[in-house]
Ligand binder design. Structure first.
Ligand SMILES: *[C@@H]1O[C@H](CO)[C@@H](O)[C@H](O)[C@H]1NC(C)=O
Ligand SMILES: *[C@@H]1O[C@H](CO)[C@@H](O)[C@H](O)[C@H]1NC(C)=O
Ligand SMILES: *[C@@H]1O[C@H](CO)[C@@H](O)[C@H](O)[C@H]1NC(C)=O
Ligand SMILES: *[C@@H]1O[C@H](CO)[C@@H](O)[C@H](O)[C@H]1NC(C)=O
Ligand SMILES: *[C@@H]1O[C@H](CO)[C@@H](O)[C@H](O)[C@H]1NC(C)=O
Ligand SMILES: *[C@@H]1O[C@H](CO)[C@@H](O)[C@H](O)[C@H]1NC(C)=O
Ligand SMILES: *[C@@H]1O[C@H](CO)[C@@H](O)[C@H](O)[C@H]1NC(C)=O
Ligand SMILES: *[C@@H]1O[C@H](CO)[C@@H](O)[C@H](O)[C@H]1NC(C)=O
Ligand SMILES: *[C@@H]1O[C@H](CO)[C@@H](O)[C@H](O)[C@H]1NC(C)=O
Ligand SMILES: *[C@@H]1O[C@H](CO)[C@@H](O)[C@H](O)[C@H]1NC(C)=O
Ligand SMILES: *[C@@H]1O[C@H](CO)[C@@H](O)[C@H](O)[C@H]1NC(C)=O
Length: 467
């Protein structure tokens, strides 16, 4: 069908050309532009002549005359139309199943007139596998394959998480063996886990394709600080934890590990591990296997001291000791004022004149009895007529104090046009203060009206300006 349609198109074109150009002078034209074909395509390239002194002849890139179709010659041939005359002729060069060797300059000639057509037959790279995964081991190497066979020879570039990889002969090595552009990643660490992309480009064919490889590096656990995400590189690390008497302190042990790790908690006394803490109400392991929380309730000073979190998997094990000390309970804010609200946020003015707000690192108090207040905690729960606030169902928003003069804090996202019970407490490294409730309960606004009126105003002003 396609074939027939293109023939028809060419015929239409020739009629138009004839009508426009035929002034009796000899004329010859190849009715195609130099272009790129794919291996295996079927092509018909027309050469058109008017008022020619001789017959049209096609020459191959090697300079040979292209013959007509015969039993011997079935792939590349010239088709002579039955009604061909010197006054008007249209001679197609037919190439069945194009080959890379067909690339070159083909010439259509009649007497002294001739026109050239440059053809490039290319083979697009067809990556047999477009997605793959690879499991490597810590300190070993990973070799990722990218077999890209094509013509013209493709340009291949590897990326890690979309950043180009440069062969540095140390960490990354890219080797080319025949059509395989293999990436070797040496001395694997957990940081090498990620998505690697091999991008294959054939500019002459305006073509690119790619293959993605997901690399997982199996490694021994790495403990990270739950708040800052900093990695603890030493085998035995420790951290100070402050707690308030009679309040639950969540001690979070976070790790990156593959395969997923198991966590174990031990109370340490006199330098030795005591019995493992296994109570399901005390130890909560996250579903994704990256954290374990020890919910420690310090009833009296006998609960203070060292708690060890050990993290292990098949590749090894590491541990961290949390040294639990008593910290002071911060003072509550002395004023909390609701300033204003949008449809999704509320803004409050919070001050705490009796809090230690030294936020500059060098001013931070190392005194466990006078810990720096690092921010406030807001709890919000929708207001219901005739019901007391159900604080257990409240949503918590934590805000940090960046400058000691910070007093305005934004809380959200919230539901629009809703009244909330709000309460606020100060936060330090040990925990939170008593709560201060915001009265009367504030409400978020309903933005649509505002937006509509702004649009109306804007519309009106544009209208006024135009007319
Ligand atoms: C040859 O004849 C066909 C139909 O028989 C016609 O469509 C075509 O235009 C003719 N070609 C020339 C060059 O006159
Ligand atoms: C085709 O001819 C052009 C000039 O007309 C030349 O630049 C090009 O190299 C030729 N291509 C081949 C494959 O010989
Ligand atoms: C690419 O290769 C696959 C199989 O390896 C084949 O199914 C597919 O048709 C090929 N695509 C092209 C455009 O050649
Ligand atoms: C491998 O990486 C680790 C961690 O980055 C490093 O300590 C070690 O020296 C590296 N080994 C080699 C052979 O480069
Ligand atoms: C802790 O709670 C217990 C009872 O639950 C109480 O006897 C004790 O006084 C409280 N201690 C402090 C410091 O509040
Ligand atoms: C401690 O963690 C548990 C579980 O994640 C949570 O329900 C509880 O509210 C947390 N307690 C404190 C004081 O943060
Ligand atoms: C601390 O509390 C535990 C029980 O929670 C109790 O057995 C112990 O006697 C208390 N120790 C002190 C010093 O009060
Ligand atoms: C916030 O509240 C304090 C104390 O009520 C007041 O001095 C201060 O001016 C308020 N700040 C703003 C921005 O309203
Ligand atoms: C707490 O520390 C701050 C800053 O280090 C200091 O200005 C303040 O006097 C201290 N308060 C008490 C009660 O020690
Ligand atoms: C708060 O203090 C910082 C630096 O001390 C200053 O840059 C900032 O302008 C102050 N902000 C206000 C609202 O006073
Ligand atoms: C307000 O909340 C309702 C219900 O959640 C929602 O359908 C509506 O789109 C919200 N309007 C605005 C302006 O956010």
């Amino acid at each position: 069908m396609k074939w027939a349609a293109s023939l028809l198109f060419v015929n239409l074109l020739s009629t138009v050309l004839t009508a426009e150009i035929d002034d009796g002078a000899p004329f010859l034209q190849v009715m195609a532009r130099s272009s790129v074909y794919n291996v295996g395509e079927k092509k018909a390239i027309y050469c058109k002549g008017l008022n020619l002194p001789e017959k049209i002849v096609w020459y191959s890139p090697s300079g040979n005359i292209v013959e007509g179709r015969s039993v011997k010659n079935t792939r590349v041939y010239v088709e002579r139309p039955k009604n061909e005359t010197l006054v008007s002729s249209l001679v197609p060069l037919i190439i069945h199943s194009t080959k890379i060797e067909d690339s070159g300059n083909w010439t259509c000639k009649a007497g002294s007139l001739s026109e050239k057509l440059e053809i490039l037959v290319g083979e697009k790279v067809n990556l047999s596998v477009k997605e793959d995964s690879f499991i490597g081991e810590e300190s070993k190497s990973a070799k990722l394959d990218c077999v890209a066979k094509g013509y013209p020879k493709p340009v291949v570039q590897w990326y890690k998480d979309l950043v180009p990889i440069i062969d540095d002969h140390k960490k990354y090595i890219v080797r080319k063996r025949e059509d395989n552009h293999q990436l070797e990643i040496r001395n694997l660490t957990h940081q090498d886990t990620g998505e690697y992309t091999c991008k294959v480009t054939q500019k002459a064919l305006s073509y690119y394709t790619y293959k993605r490889v997901f690399l997982t590096v199996q490694h021994k656990p790495v403990i990270v600080n739950h708040d800052t995400n900093e990695v603890y590189y030493t085998k035995y690390s420790s951290e100070e934890v402050y707690a308030i008497v009679n309040k639950t302190k969540n001690i979070t042990c976070s790790a990156i590990a593959s395969p997923p790790p198991t966590f174990r908690w031990n109370r340490r006394q006199n330098g030795f591990d005591g019995d493992a803490i296994e109570d399901e109400e005390t130890v909560l392991n996250s579903a994704d296997g990256t954290t374990s929380v020890l919910q420690l309730r310090v009833y009296n000073e006998s609960y203070l001291g060292e708690y060890k979190c050990s993290v292990s998997n098949d590749m090894g094990h590491v541990s961290i000791v949390f040294d639990v000390q008593l910290g002071n309970k911060p003072n509550p804010p002395d004023s909390v004022n609701f300033m204003y609200a949008t449809a999704s946020e509320m803004i409050f003015n919070v001050t705490c004149s009796t809090c230690n707000l030294a936020v500059e690192e060098e001013d931070k108090s190392p005194d466990p009895k006078n810990l720096t207040v690092i921010g406030y905690s807001f709890q919000l729960v929708p207001f219901q007529e005739n019901y007391p606030a159900d604080w257990d169902a409240a949503t918590e928003f934590k805000v940090d104090i960046v400058w000691s003069n910070d007093t305005l804090f934004t809380v959200g996202p919230l539901a629009n046009k809703t009244t909330y019970h709000v309460r606020v407490s100060s936060r330090n490294a040990a925990g939170t203060s008593e709560w201060v409730e915001v009265l009367p309960p504030p409400s978020t606004s309903f933005a649509v009206k505002l937006v509509v009126s702004v649009v109306l105003l804007f519309g009106a002003s544009v209208f006024a300006r135009c007319y």
